[in-house]
Ligand binder design. Structure first.
Ligand code: SAM
Length: 222
């Protein structure tokens, strides 16, 4: 809604969702905003962005796009982020699900290969997993006095750390990346880390300023 209400308008808007109910709702926006060119796609954002949207935005087209990636969990593939970055025409505003990552990490053992694969698909690297489980593991004794290896539990992995891990990864694809701001629920658990990855330095400076104001406001309301 904010994008559609922005003045001056964007030349066009693409909305992508895998849920037909949500897509139906978004279709209605065409009537609410008759002056906007709105394209709605039902399907997996990874396929639609890479196969339909990215090919429409080559660098020589002089078109520029702003892509808001707003999944509930770990649905946006790192490969999609890479393809968007490679266009050099797309900036992304991404809500990265830190909660989705911590939920996948087991409490006291190294994650299973399937989990590592899933995290790799979303974050582009999982070197950090072996790193944290090794660095933070310590030998403790079980009830019978036998040594047990306890890794870093998902409760003790700071959300800030996961967020900065993702933004560091983004820096390998985009020249300018804002710092992340954590989005928390009513019980103060971190759900998402929001950040901007851009081809324009001024954009990240502005975003960092806005994030600072947001955090000041949030802290004053605690
Ligand atoms: C947090 S909501 C987005 C809310 C939306 N930005 C808004 O302001 O109304 C996440 C959405 O992602 C959709 N979704 C989940 N997996 C997806 C995928 N692979 N491709 C496209 N959409 C997906 C869900 O159906 C859901 O509508």
């Amino acid at each position: 809604m904010r994008a559609l209400q922005t003045e001056p308008q964007f030349d066009g808007y693409w909305f992508i969702d895998v849920s037909s109910r949500r897509v139906e709702r978004v279709q209605e926006l065409r009537e609410e905003f008759p002056g906007c060119v709105i394209d709605v796609h039902l399907g997996d954002c990874n396929e639609i962005l890479c196969q339909i949207v990215v090919p429409k935005l080559p660098y020589f087209s002089k078109q520029r796009a702003f892509v808001f990636l707003d999944p509930y969990g770990l649905q946006v593939d790192w490969e999609t982020v890479r393809e968007l970055a490679d266009t050099k025409t797309c900036d992304i505003f991404v809500n990265f699900s830190v909660m989705g990552v911590t939920r996948l990490l087991p409490r006291n053992q190294t994650p299973m290969p399937e989990v590592i694969e899933q995290l790799n698909k979303v974050m582009g690297s999982t070197d950090w997993i072996t790193q944290i489980y090794r660095e933070h593991s310590e030998i403790q004794l079980d009830l019978f006095g036998n040594p047990t290896e306890t890794g870093l539990s998902r409760e003790t992995i700071p959300a800030e750390w996961l967020a900065s891990l993702y933004t560091e990864q983004l820096k390998s694809l985009f020249p300018h990346v804002s710092r992340p701001v954590l989005m928390r629920n009513s019980t103060n658990s971190a759900l998402y880390a929001l950040c901007l990855a851009s081809h324009n330095q001024a954009a990240t400076k502005i975003t960092n300023d806005i994030f600072k104001k947001y955090e000041r406001l949030r802290n004053s309301q605690r």
